[in-house]
Design a protein around this ligand. Sequence first.
Ligand code: ATP
Ligand code: MG
Length: 269
Amino acid sequence: MNGEAYRVEPGTEVRLQSHDPSDLTLCESGKKPGRRLTTELNARLGELQEVLYAEGKHKVLVVLQAMDTGGKDGTIRHVFDGTNPQGVKVASFKKPTARELAHDYLWRVHRHTPGSGEIVIFNRSHYEDVLVVRVRHLVAPEVWGRRYDHINDFERRLTDEGTTILKFFLNISKEEQKARLQSRLDEPHKRWKFSRDDLAERELWEDYQVAYAAVLRRTSTAWAPWYIVPADRKWYRNLVVSQVLLDALEGLDMSYPQPEEGLADVVVE
Ligand code: ATP
Ligand code: MG
């Protein structure tokens, strides 16, 4: 299986209508084998994350973006279940505080980027500053319009300094969102997740599709690619994200640090 099928080539026009959220092309054998495969991939991911942490050389940034109910939380829970929480952090970006708004939009983001040996997952990200901010007219078009270039430069700086960046757009359909929102209402233990704000956002679905298409076209770069992940089926979404991440870590050429010399003779009394 090769998740590269979902990578967005830099500069290509993205028509989200032609990306099927319920595509299962890479695992037509279905859910059960798909889940089994994900479990295997995650175990391997856990091993590689340990080397990454031990070696303390590389930094990995995973960006997750999606419409509400798109599955960011579930992806984090499932894909990273074999990893060591010591070396993996999640940074969630909500509505900016007054203090955050007093600075440029990348200010709050930069301090959460990974240090050596770390994997950081952005649950939402600086991309909100060209998504919700654009759709809700929170700043003027000439202000958000300049941000795609800033973002590419910012990410370039991070990768130049040793960060690997992978960005995932979890692509759900409007019908699937409806079903997921409805189940948040219907099932008492999910109700805490329901927010009326999500309904207001849903009304702007088409505007968000346009804003996402611009993000995918303008900010999928050789150094920080986007992947459009079919996300209507949760098991398949997890499988694709795990596979892409694993392939990236396999490509990092990592090894455990050299132990001290002469340890072979050491005896613990
Ligand atoms: P959940 O899955 O729990 O609903 P969530 O990521 O949707 O998680 P919420 O607290 O529901 O978290 O929503 C966060 C809100 O903050 C989103 O509506 C998002 O668009 C908004 N937000 C994030 N960054 C910005 C930003 N820079 N400017 C304005 N709004 C932002
Ligand atoms: Mg929400």
